[in-house]
Design a protein around this ligand. Sequence first.
Ligand code: SIN
Ligand code: FE2
Length: 217
Amino acid sequence: MTGDLFGEPLATPGQREALGAQACVLRGFAGADVPALLQALERVLQPAPWRHMTTPGGFTMSAAQTNCGPLGWVSDRRGYRYAAWDPLSGQPWPAIPPAFERLARDAAAAAGFQGFEPDACLVNRYVPGARLSLHQDKDETDYEHPIVSVSLGMPAVFLWGGRERADKAARVPLFHGDVVVWGGVDRLRFHGVLPLKPVPHPLLGEQRINLTLRRAG
Ligand code: SIN
Ligand code: FE2
């Protein structure tokens, strides 16, 4: 399950690693879809470019972000929330590309969650040193739907915690093409990303891109 020095996965694509009763890593699940995902992401970035959001506490997030879908996750001095408009452009967020939607539905089904229809996709971009501190995904209206999280580019160490912030977090290496799905009893598990190491990826260079698909509204 661990990768080699160059960040290439050693796990067999299609391998399913349990992280909890209703959470798992689907190794290499995005594999064949990667070119379509990256092409679609380019089209999302034209109207909705990367930006660094501010936390309610006044810090600038180290990961750059954007969104697609009817709803987008935003953070500023007023708090965290979902919004139908991109605060940068004043326009609705671009639609979720079909390739994103299909992958999310298929990965959710493979993890035991049938009929997942995301209405929000947060896209995170990490460069070396960027991180995401331990948090729960809890700005959504209800927690019935799973979270589907796609990793592309540089490898990262995903922190997989418990239901309380203080619970010990497991360190799960994630590689290009891996998809993590969590829902049900594991829906509110704390999670985060350790500061990225500079391990350039053959396709994406010194960046890691994460697509987080959710049912927010
Ligand atoms: C997130 O929790 O929003 C992103 C997790 C990741 O980048 O893997
Ligand atoms: Fe999250």
